[in-house]
Design a binder for this molecule. Structure first.
Ligand code: DGL
Length: 274
């Protein structure tokens, strides 16, 4: 067996970098191939069919570039496309190909974090409307009361680099106030969009200290590590040069500049069409 397959990490744009950073921190030895579909971001407002079609194109691009395992580091894609890809499309590639999402590992972590058993989910319109977090939480922890809040402006703020402007402050405060007014008993807020940790300083500024804010990266990273321990064949197919390559469907220069900031290391991205 060849041991040269990178782990594919996909997001509509920059958000998946918050997941990639944590995965690489935990498992720096593997090779990674990141794809951001920045040209078509945000995915949040798109229909199921469109998100499924875009996500499938991205996954197939990563497979055709040598990945066997792809992480959908995007809640919108995990909510709207993961199941269909697993059920309808993976078989065309063969049994050694796998696609994993970010919702399940996050939901598994929530159980031990909430004491009031009231949890808030901050996400894109697409993820909220899919009801995926509510469904997964009801399966795993039926006693938890879930309130969802769509934050439609937050992804564009990140994609346009507006992390700490008065406009960003306004939109962040508006959504946090709204969800905590809807359910004042919430003690745990899930950032159920991989872009949102990039707004974390603002989010924390407007969240009372008694409320725990959960970014998904560390839970997704740990869950991937456990997955690889349970699937030695997949683990043995992975390249181990500690390399990371970045692909974007938008300008490579813009991506490289932004990603260099997020990853705290120099990033050289390649522009591709999918
Ligand atoms: N990072 C994606 C997510 O986790 C952003 C979605 C979007 O492009 O709207 O949902």
């Amino acid at each position: 067996m060849q041991r040269n397959s990178p782990i594919g990490v996909f997001d509509s744009g920059y958000g998946g970098l918050t997941i990639l950073r944590q995965i690489r921190q935990l498992m720096p030895e593997y090779d990674y191939l990141y794809l951001g579909d920045n040209a078509r971001a945000p995915y949040g407002p798109h229909s199921f069919d469109v998100v499924y079609r875009f996500t499938l194109q991205a996954v197939e691009e990563l497979f055709s570039r040598g990945c066997k395992l792809v992480i959908l580091a995007c809640n919108t894609a995990s909510a709207k496309a993961l199941r269909t890809i697993q059920e309808n499309d993976l078989h065309r590639w063969g049994p050694e190909y796998r696609v994993l999402g970010v919702i399940r590992p996050t939901v598994e972590a929530v159980d031990s974090l909430t004491h009031t058993r009231h949890v808030g989910v901050l996400a894109t319109v697409g993820t909220i409307n899919s009801g995926s977090y509510g469904m997964e939480l009801r399966k795993l922890c039926p006693d938890i009361h879930v309130t969802g809040q769509a934050c439609p402006m937050w992804v564009p703020l990140v994609e346009y680099g507006e992390y700490d402007t008065p406009g960003a402050d306004y939109f962040v405060r508006k959504r946090i106030d709204s969800i905590l007014q809807t359910d004042p008993e919430i003690d745990t807020l899930i950032l159920a969009c991989t872009h949102y940790p990039l707004l974390l300083p603002l989010i924390q500024r407007h969240t009372p200290l008694r409320v725990h804010v959960i970014a998904q990266g560390e839970y997704v990273a740990r869950s991937l590590q456990e997955y690889l321990q349970r699937h030695p064949q997949m683990e043995q197919s992975l390249g181990r040069h500690g390399q990371c390559h970045y692909l974007t469907t938008e300008s490579s220069q813009k991506f490289s500049e932004q990603a260099t900031l997020f990853m705290s290391e120099s990033v050289e991205a390649e522009e591709i069409q999918i």
